[in-house]
Design a protein around this ligand. Structure first.
Ligand code: UDP
Length: 345
């Protein structure tokens, strides 16, 4: 029978959608989350055990591994603000690299040897060709990308030394929410394009600023490969099947293979929300490459996975449901109860 899965960062955006998917697949899940950025409300606490704490806490990890004997670890827990990683690099190396090593040490102590790692296309740095496959040179241009890239290296070394098998899932631009919008993206601060566009649509922020209109792209704005968070979730389940089947350590890109410009996303958002968005056009944001597009061929060949939501219209529709639903895109908002039925007369 299938063993328990430890999901670090399972109360975060991508983690919580993956936990939901794993539970639907009949998996047993324990979440470890500090709740610094994660949200308790993102988890079905009647169906999943939440251990609240820091992943660098060896005593806590020993207790968790002794009690739950996880068969595999899905490692989402990390800080993910690229700009902040440039101004405060040690915060990123301490958490994303050093604290992750504490998790690996616990795995080694307890004989747990399967690991699914939330890596990123930011480990590649500026593209030298698109679409980008896993053989693209890795030259991260910020400490966030470097911290992920370094952990990939650590994981390869652990494989050689003690047989840890890992899949490095290199995500492109995660977006969307579960199709009903019951859970979703709730970052504070929010920096990502799609949620900020929708925040401009509700009036939560006054406008959306487009970072650069003079890129060497057809409409002058940056092109990205937007991967739906539920597609990311299903890819993790496939990666788990792969490891359970004896698969060896390997990187896998996760994207759709299609790119969309910032202007195209804005147009689609206007169609989905039915609103004219308050848009301003400003200078480029430091560190943004003109175009990031994934070559998803290996994900299909090795994991048997392919994105189901290839059109970002679905991402916007689902995220819009989350933004306009009972919680209005924020877990701190208690969901508004459905109106009570009128008493029978
Ligand atoms: N972007 C923008 N305005 C914003 C946020 C993002 O024009 O308020 C652009 C950004 O320059 C990039 C794309 O949207 O080209 C996606 O940015 P995001 O921060 O969502 O993801 P990233 O590609 O940086 O991981």
């Amino acid at each position: 029978s299938k063993g328990t899965l430890l999901v670090t960062g399972g109360a975060g955006y991508i983690g919580s959608h993956t936990v939901r998917h794993l539970l639907e697949q009949g998996e047993k899940v324990v979440v470890l989350d500090s709740l610094v950025f994660g949200h308790r409300e993102a988890l079905p606490l009647d169906r999943v055990t939440l251990v609240e704490g820091d992943m660098s806490d060896a005593a806590l990890l020993d207790k968790l591994f002794t009690e739950h004997k996880p068969e595999a670890v899905l490692h989402f827990a990390a800080f993910a603000y690229v700009g902040e990683s440039v101004t405060d690099p040690l915060k990123y190396y301490r958490n994303n690299l050093s604290a992750s090593i504490s998790v690996l040490e616990a795995m080694q102590r307890h004989g747990c040897k399967q690991f699914i790692f939330s890596s990123t296309c930011a480990t590649y740095g500026n593209p030298v060709f698109v679409p980008m496959n896993e053989a693209h040179p890795q030259a991260p241009v910020n400490p966030y990308g470097a911290s992920k890239w370094m952990l990939e290296r650590v994981l390869r070394d652990c494989d050689h030394a003690w047989g840890l098998r890992s899949v490095f899932l290199r995500y492109f631009n995660a977006s969307g929410s579960d199709p009903l919008g019951e859970i979703g993206e709730d970052h504070d601060p929010e920096t990502h394009l799609i949620p900020r566009i929708l925040m401009a649509a509700t009036g939560e922020i006054p406008e959306i600023n487009v970072f650069g209109t003079d890129y060497p792209t057809p409409d002058g704005t940056c092109i990205r490969d937007y991967i739906h968070v539920c597609d990311l979730a299903s890819a993790h389940a496939k990666a788990l099947d792969y490891l359970r089947g004896g698969g060896e350590t390997t990187p896998v890109n996760l994207g759709t293979g299609r790119g969309f410009s910032v202007k195209e996303i804005l147009q689609t958002a206007e169609a989905v929300t039915g609103k004219t968005l308050p848009v301003t056009y400003g200078p480029r944001r430091a560190g943004d490459p003109p175009e990031l597009i994934c070559d998803p061929a290996k994900a299909r060949a090795v994991l048997g996975w392919e994105a189901q939501y290839k059109d970002p219209r679905a991402h916007l529709e689902h995220a819009w449901k989350w933004m306009t639903g009972p919680r209005q895109g924020k877990y701190k908002n208690a969901p508004v109860e459905a109106p009570a039925e009128a008493p029978a007369s």
